[in-house]
Ligand binder design. Sequence first.
Ligand SMILES: NC(=O)c1ccc[n+]([C@@H]2O[C@H](COP(=O)([O-])OP(=O)(O)OC[C@H]3O[C@@H](n4cnc5c(N)ncnc54)[C@H](OP(=O)(O)O)[C@@H]3O)[C@@H](O)[C@H]2O)c1
Length: 263
Amino acid sequence: MSSRILFKDRTVVITGASGGIGKAIALQLASYGARTFLLSRNVTVLQQIKEEIESLNGISEIIQCDVSNIDEVRRAGEKIREISGGADILITCAGKYVQDNSSLLDMEAFHDSISVNFFGTLNIIHSLLPQMKERRKGHITIINSLDSGKGIVGDGPYVAAKSALDGFGDVLRQEMKQFGIRVTSVYPGRVDTPMIESIKVPSISAKIKPDKVAKAVLKGIRKNRALVIVPATLSFIPVLNKIAPVMMDKLYRLFRLEGEVIK
Ligand SMILES: NC(=O)c1ccc[n+]([C@@H]2O[C@H](COP(=O)([O-])OP(=O)(O)OC[C@H]3O[C@@H](n4cnc5c(N)ncnc54)[C@H](OP(=O)(O)O)[C@@H]3O)[C@@H](O)[C@H]2O)c1
């Protein structure tokens, strides 16, 4: 089925829609005629994206919402049900890059990362899942990170939260099958967005454009893929890390894949 047929008039909820990947997904969906609900904390930016979508003759609604706040997420879910009867597709894109050298074990950093990256994702799924189950259809796409397949030095809090999400997504996909709900987990490598703008990465892990990730996300939904790794050339990383983690540690050290913070 073509994207135009699949996404036309579908209600798609996107968290983290004010940022690089979420915004790119929202704009591509608008061009296919989807009705998008854009969620994030920054309504000023969301309003600008809504106007950009409307200039393309698309329809979108914005909802201010901190995904780590369960009450705000519940209210957002109720509003989506009131306006459109529920979500056909949910794309959880809200995320925060929280670093800490684990020798310091900054507990606040770990709580912060788990609260946004892990519980922030669970909160919105929890809010929209009952209605998907009632209708016995829906598609949930979780934007994870390739870092959950191979941890990067200094990224303990971020990797911990994304790894938890990796396990959860794997279970959710299997458990939702009986309700006709599909689940896709997406694992981007480095992406050129505000999230990592202060990090200079080696050319071997060059940042890809958010549009490329958005395209892979929509293809993953269309083809009902369980997993999407983007760019696909990096698909070997999680597999090789399970078989030969120490060799992978050496490769990551050799190529300095943690990158360098630009002051
Ligand atoms: N960039 C990369 O290299 C990369 C690689 C792999 C995976 N990812 C993942 O891709 C997703 C999107 O990241 P991005 O690269 O597009 O980053 P980004 O440009 O920084 O966007 C992050 C988005 O998350 C939203 N957000 C952050 N905290 C939130 C909260 N508490 N409640 C609601 N929304 C919140 C931000 O909106 P507000 O500030 O308006 O709330 C923003 O829309 C994230 O899950 C990230 O982990 C990124």
